[in-house]
Design a binder for this molecule. Structure first.
Ligand code: UDP
Length: 329
């Protein structure tokens, strides 16, 4: 089976390609290299550099490669940036999906697995979050992903294009081979920032608020290992191949860790001091976000096995030690 992986040079996309190839799939990567890295492009994959919004380019790839299914990661994904520049998010994400679906329809490709987000739920007190809760995004990023889900829903109704939308919670960890991992510029995510502090690249980490209504006052999130996350994508492909109906699934580990607990776990894994100070709250951060992943487990047969925080941080630490400057030599 030949799978088109959009955004295959990014953090999650590169892990998807590695696992797909290892399991015997053929892969075709599309990436515009705005946030992707050439060194993250798997040498055994076909690769086209170009933009998801460029209809001519996308069509030419579909015509040449005759893919059987799409896994769609290519998107802009920073909540804060999306508030400042919403049109960037509607162009790259929403219009990108428009081009992709038009091409899939034209070329008779009828299966898509989509990288969605817990940001579709918005600020809520409900724990854990289930897929049937009303979606009420608080940012253009969350809204763009919700609109993309709706576009796929109506393309199923009209053209029979089947989709699985996977709503990610907090993704962490790296491939244990240490060759691919998280490298965002600028880095905003908690685990890489903690580990860059452990490496001495940052003097300290700022904890964004300790006055939340949680036990230690810091925000609680649900962290899932990137390889467990990718397993769910392969199960979603298998589900669609078997004729499964279009659906939406949360992907989290269903356990919550506070920011302070994450820093402590990283101190334990790395043996480093990791200085931390309490800073102000970051706008738009809900106190607690925890997934119910029962539906993915029941329907897709998902069984996340790397749920120990020491494994998630340990694998990320291996990557950061191996490539302290990320993909730069
Ligand atoms: N966080 C923090 N300091 C940082 C980066 C993140 O305290 O330097 C907190 C952030 O407020 C949130 C959690 O860590 O509660 C996870 O943040 P991240 O940006 O990794 O993911 P998000 O939950 O925003 O998707």
């Amino acid at each position: 089976m030949k799978v088109l992986v959009t955004g295959g040079a990014g953090y999650i996309g590169s892990h998807a390609v590695a696992v797909l190839l290892q399991k015997g799939y053929e892969t075709v990567i599309i990436d515009n290299m705005m946030t992707g890295h050439l060194a993250a492009v798997h040498k055994d994959s076909v690769f086209y550099e170009g933009n998801i919004c460029d209809a001519e380019f996308i069509e030419s790839v579909f015509e040449k490669e005759k893919v059987d299914a799409v896994i769609h990661f290519a998107a802009s994904s920073l909540v804060g940036e999306s508030v400042k520049d919403p049109l960037k998010y509607f162009r790259n994400n929403v219009y990108g999906m428009q081009v992709l679906l038009e091409t899939m329809y034209k070329e008779n490709v009828e299966k898509i697995v989509f990288s969605s987000t817990a940001a579709t739920y918005g600020d809520t007190d409900i724990v854990p979050l289930t897929e049937n809760l009303p979606a009420n995004p608080e940012s253009p990023y969350g809204d763009s992903k919700l609109i993309m889900e709706k576009m796929m829903k109506w393309c199923d109704v009209a053209y029979g294009i089947k989709f699985v939308s996977l709503r990610y919670f907090n993704v962490g960890g790296a491939h244990p081979n240490g060759n691919i991992g998280e490298d965002h510029r600028p880095e905003t995510h908690l685990i890489p920032i903690i580990l860059q502090t452990a490496l001495g690249q940052r003097e300290q980490i700022s904890i964004f608020g300790d006055d939340y209504p949680t036990e230690d006052g810091t925000c609680i999130r649900d962290y899932v290992h990137v390889l467990d996350l990718i397993d769910a994508h392969l199960l979603a492909l298998a589900y669609l191949n078997k004729g499964g109906q279009s659906d939406i699934f949360n992907l989290g580990s269903s356990q919550g860790f506070s920011v302070k607990e994450m820093i402590d776990a990283a101190r334990h894994v790395t043996g480093k001091e990791i200085p931390a100070q309490i800073g102000t709250r970051r706008a738009g951060d809900p106190a607690v976000l925890i997934a119910s992943s029962s539906k993915a487990k029941e329907v897709l047969g998902w069984n996340p096995t790397r749920t120990d925080m020491k494994e998630i941080i340990g694998d990320a630490w291996r990557w950061h030690q191996h490539r302290p400057n990320g993909y730069d030599e």
